[in-house]
Design a protein around this ligand. Sequence first.
Ligand code: ADP
Length: 547
Amino acid sequence: MLGLMQNQPLLISGLIDFAERHHGDAEIVSRRVEGDVHRYTYKESAHRARQVAGALDALKLEFSDRVATLAWNGYRHFELYYGVSGSGRVLHTINPRLHPDQIAWIANHAEDQVLCFDLSFLPLVQAVHERCSTIRHYIALCDEAALPVESGIPGLISYESWIGTQSGHYTWPSFDENSASSMCYTSGTTGNPKAALYSHRSSTLHAYAAALPDVMGLSARDAVLPVVPMFHVNAWGIPYSAPLTGAKLVFPGPALDGKSVYELMEAEKVTYAAGVPTVWQMLLGHLKPAGLKFSTLRRTVIGGSACPPAMINAFRDDHGVEVLHAWGMTEMSPLGTLCTLKNKHDSLSDSDKMKIRLKQGRAIYGVDMKIVDDSGKELPWDGTTFGDLYVKGPWIVREYFKGEGGDPLVYDGDGVGWFPTGDVGTIDADGYLQITDRSKDVIKSGGEWISSIDVENIAVAHPAVAMAACIGIAHPKWDERPIVAVVKRPGMDITRDELLRFYEGKTAKWQIPDDVVFVDAIPLGATGKILKTRIREMLKDYRLPTA
Ligand code: ADP
């Protein structure tokens, strides 16, 4: 017997419809490439998203055709999120920080038909367009007046004139909720990038789950600023979760320096922000010397790489802001776990609470996880045994786009497929996951494992250290030993021996790095994460003093 409830497919258009009807006057504020600040409401945004849908129909795009974007976080990008997916096409957000060869490769692989881009990326589009064989329409995200005259890009039109021909009277189509809605390529540090192809169902369920109180905890009383880019894993789902809750959205556009982000946060009374640790490092670095404080920010979700304790402390002690540590990946839409404390933790000392806050957190309903040994046997949840982390759930990839790389899942005896994350971690008795490392970054020393994350966290707790990256170096006796590459804070000094002494008492002796290498900068990848492969290349001639 089937239940007798209304059968409505979970479609992305439903989110913007809801925001338009129930939070129509909630604001979306964007810093634009043009330099000014644009503001309007969900109601106006929904109207323009329907204009986008109509304009795509006018281009005769078929169901599931791919529409690519090279764009910052902003209102036009947001309209494309809804206009493209809502009308049944697939939004392909491209990371503009990728190498042009990679961009051309993924545009061809995705068979993008349309490319919408912010004018900041005009030189990039000029460099790659001749190699993008499937793209038929180029649209610059600007008005007619700002359209470059001789761009060299065939048929280039402005977004405003493109959607301006549409009335906005458009009825969102209904279709199977399992239809593809958007796609995102993984950064692909090895081999060609592979795409996660999200569905309307997976994105909507993820948006619901992300908004829960013990997850992002978004509400209509929040003003949310995603520093995490809309061009990578849908800005952690915030463009979907915000309309679902009626939260005000504040988009920083291209101005991602500490000063600009801080000023926008203050001007728009932002209560909630989201970003990777390197972004906050920069923001906090701007605030501290200037003696600036956040006056409205209450919580910030930090993920994408491990959040150092020094950062959690700085947010709490200097600004009264709670850090929510999150873990996830492109293949998981991206949220997997988020760290909030339980009632039973209330009586713990601050330092014991910190030990929990540093963990990547508890699984969100919808995500199941386990850690396994080399033979695939599940390991205990005791907070110390570590193993390869596997996940499953309705917003986790089953297969990559076009079947690239074959079947990624690992099957239990009963045929249940788990996605191997490539991360190594522990899970404690309360279900809190702690990532030890990426399996390829963990340092194997004398049969024991050293977490590069732990080594980095201690280094950046030193006031003279701006950034740190730990890698393993081959060692004749121990197999590998850790060293730490360090960028000093401007105007501050520290010696190798001082930093090594700083480790004493903070970690086991054999986990203290063998050496410190001072560098001018630590290379970051396209999503703002430390590029360990590049550091290994930089230090390929390095020899350990202890070897
Ligand atoms: P990529 O940019 O390489 O595609 P993702 O954005 O999908 O990567 O990042 C996923 C990976 O980032 C995870 O598998 C994990 O190694 C790392 N990661 C994400 N969040 C955290 C975190 N809070 N702590 C430690 N590592 C994290």
